[in-house]
Design a binder for this molecule. Structure first.
Ligand SMILES: [Zn+2]
Length: 375
C-alpha cells in the first residue's frame, strides 16, 4: 500500500511543472497560516494636524477638509484598538535629496521663506505648506521603520499634500514632494524590491518618472484617460534596466470595478509574480470614486475594498504601506478610507456595493494584447 502511494506520487511529480505548482500552493497556504495566527492585526494610522496648515486657497479642491474626512473614515472603520494612531514626523533633508534635486528643494524653501506663492497653475504654497509637505514625506520613512520593527500588519499614511505628480525636479498637480517615491527609494537603498500600485484617477507621472529606469521598483498605475497630466499611455513601460517594470492601465470614464479586477488578474498579477516584490506601497487616490468632482471613473468604496484586498496579497503582512493621494468628494473619502482600513485589517468593509458591467472591457482587452505582444 505504502509503496503504491509513493510510486503514484513519484509519477505525479515526474512533470516538473507540477512541482512548481505544488510549491506555489504550499507557499500560499503558509502565508495564509502566518497571516491568520502569527500577526496581531494592528494597523498603524500616521497623521498629523499640521497637515491642515497647507491652505492652497478657498476654491481649491485639495482643501484641509479632505484630511478631516479621512480621519472620520478611520473612526468609521470601527477598528478600535487595532488602529494605532501615531503622529507623523517631518522628514530629514537628506532623505528628500535621495529623490529630488537640491536646486528644486532650495526653490521650494525660497518660496516658503517669503510666506508662500504659486508653484504651477494648480499648485500653490501657503504659509504652512512646506511644513505639511515635509511631514507628508516623513510619514513614509516613519511607516517603513515601524513596519520593519515588526509590530504592525500595515500602515496608512493620512497626510496631505499628496505626492504622486511631483517629479524629481518639479512640483505640480497639487503635489510638492513625491511622498511615495521617497519611501520607495528608502526601501530600494536597503536592498528591497518595491511594488507601487497607484489607483488614483490621475496618472502618477512623478512616480513613474523617478523610477522609469529602476529595475527594483515595479510601478503600476490605473487611471482615467484622457485626463491630467496627459501621461500614462500603455506604451510607457520603462526604459533600460527598468524596461517592463512599469505598467499603465488607462481606462475610459465611468469604468467599473470588475474591469480593474480583470486587469489586475490577467495583465498585472502574472508580471508581479515574476518580479517578486518584498514591499508594497499603494498610492491611494480616492478620486476614482464615481462621485468625485474632478474625475469621472465609476468606482465605489466597495470597489476600493475589493481591489485593495487583491493587491495586498502581493506581499506578506507587515510590508504593506498605503498613502493618501487625491480624492475630492468628502463622503467618498470617508467611506473609501474606512473600506481600505478594514481591508488592511483582514476584515473588508463594503459601505457601497462593488460595481460591474460599465465601460472598460475593451480597454482591458487591448492592453492585454499589447502586453502579450511585448512580453
Ligand atoms: Zn488624482
Amino acid at each position: 500500500m505504502f509503496c503504491s502511494v509513493v510510486s503514484s506520487l513519484l509519477e505525479y511529480f515526474s512533470d516538473p511543472m507540477r512541482i512548481v505548482y505544488f510549491m506555489h500552493y504550499v507557499e500560499l497556504v503558509a502565508r495564509g497560516v502566518i497571516e491568520q495566527y502569527c500577526f496581531d492585526v494592528s494597523i498603524l494610522f500616521l497623521t498629523n494636524d499640521l497637515c491642515f496648515g497647507h491652505r492652497p486657497g478657498k476654491q481649491h479642491p485639495e482643501r484641509p477638509e479632505r484630511l478631516s474626512a479621512v480621519q472620520e473614515g478611520a473612526v468609521l472603520s470601527d477598528l478600535g484598538s487595532s488602529l494605532v494612531h501615531v503622529e507623523a514626523e517631518r522628514i530629514e533633508r537628506k532623505e528628500i535629496l535621495q529623490v529630488h534635486d537640491a536646486g528644486f528643494i532650495e526653490e521650494l524653501e525660497r518660496v516658503d521663506a517669503q510666506g508662500g506663492g504659486r508653484i504651477d497653475p494648480d499648485t500653490k504654497m501657503s504659509e504652512h505648506s512646506w511644513e505639511a509637505a515635509q511631514i507628508s514625506a516623513g510619514a513614509g520613512i516613519q511607516a517603513v521603520r515601524e513596519l520593519t520593527e515588526g509590530s504592525y500588519n500595515a500602515s496608512f499614511c493620512a497626510v496631505r499634500p499628496p505626492g504622486h505628480h511631483a517629479t524629481s525636479n518639479q512640483s505640480m498637480g497639487f503635489c510638492f514632494l513625491n511622498n511615495v517615491a521617497i519611501a520607495a527609494k528608502h526601501l530600494v537603498d536597503a536592498g528591497q524590491r518595491v511594488l507601487i500600485v497607484d489607483y488614483d484617477a490621475h496618472h502618477g507621472n512623478g512616480t513613474q518618472e523617478i523610477f522609469y529606469e529602476e529595475p527594483n521598483v515595479f510601478f503600476v498605475s490605473f487611471h482615467e484617460w484622457p485626463l491630467y497630466p496627459g501621461t500614462g499611455k500603455v506604451e510607457e513601460a520603462g526604459v533600460g534596466q527598468g524596461l517592463g517594470t512599469t505598467i499603465n492601465i488607462p481606462f475610459p470614464s465611468r469604468t467599473t470595478g470588475d474591469h480593474y479586477r480583470k486587469a489586475w488578474e490577467q495583465i498585472i498579477q502574472p508580471k508581479i509574480a515574476l518580479f517578486d516584490p518584498s514591499w508594497l506601497i499603494i498610492s491611494a487616490g480616492f478620486d476614482s470614486h464615481r462621485n468625485d468632482p474632478v474625475a469621472s471613473l465609476g468606482l465605489t468604496s466597495g470597489d476600493y475594498a475589493v481591489l485593495t484586498s487583491e493587491i495586498i496579497k502581493a506581499v506578506p503582512p507587515g510590508r504593506r504601506l498605503v498613502f493618501l493621494e487625491g480624492g475630492y468628494d468628502l463622503e467618498a473619502l470617508r467611506l473609501s478610507t474606512a473600506a481600505v482600513l478594514r481591508t488592511l485589517a483582514g476584515d473588508p468593509l463594503h459601505p457601497e456595493k462593488p460595481t460591474q458591467n460599465g465601460p472598460g472591457k475593451e480597454a482591458v482587452e487591448s492592453i492585454a494584447k499589447f502586453h502579450a505582444r511585448n512580453s
